[in-house]
Design a protein around this ligand. Sequence first.
Ligand SMILES: Cc1cc2nc3c(=O)[nH]c(=O)nc-3n(C[C@H](O)[C@H](O)[C@H](O)COP(=O)(O)O)c2cc1C
Length: 223
Amino acid sequence: MSRATDSGKHPPRKQRAQAAAARGADLAQLRGRNPAALFGEWFAEARRAEPLNPDAAALATVGAGGVPQARNVLIKRQDARGFVFYTSRESRKGKALRVRPAAALAFYWKSLGRQVLVEGETRELPRAAVAAYFQTRPRGSQIGAWASAQSQPIDGYAALAAAAAALEKKYEGKTPPLPPHWSGFILRPARMEFWREGENRLHQRLLFTRSDGGKWRAALLQP
Ligand SMILES: Cc1cc2nc3c(=O)[nH]c(=O)nc-3n(C[C@H](O)[C@H](O)[C@H](O)COP(=O)(O)O)c2cc1C
């Protein structure tokens, strides 16, 4: 049986690498770029190319005793200020971030052969900003946010469905308000790495590091 990558459904690795190599400039030519703006361009391309969840990134946080934790989140906004995601402040990640705000993000856009890695400090968004975003969410998501005590154990999912149904009744004809536990965080990057798949594992890596003064320095890394 052929491997998934050679099944004809997806282009084989070599073909993907060649396509990636043909796309865009050599990363060395991007050293003078502002990394936030460059990310914006890659993000826009990913939105066009990636069929599912182009805005998903693995979010790593630091738990008790310095133990790493990772899970995926959706990045809802990105600009020069940072990367914004929403979650429960009482979840495992929410609690971790409130003790140790350091975090990392890993984006991987398979169809583009690109990865972006981000590290920095997070801070919680002001309540007014979170409330404004919450009001843009579909009603079902608003109810779901109220129903779930994210990261807490549950005996079975019937209880969750019942809680959601009760909340539907409670907020019938009304807009659900912002739950106190629901929040958003912004990660301000201190380090951003752009990675492009190359042939024969000769990938390209462009690393930007931010000085205390806020200036970005660029360096190419070996793959
Ligand atoms: C593609 C994808 C996107 C996700 N986006 C979010 C998100 O934006 N916010 C969130 O709280 N959980 C999101 N989740 C669920 C988290 O991965 C995770 O299960 C949840 O937040 C609980 O994590 P924690 O217990 O480490 O806090 C997403 C999961 C996947 C697979």
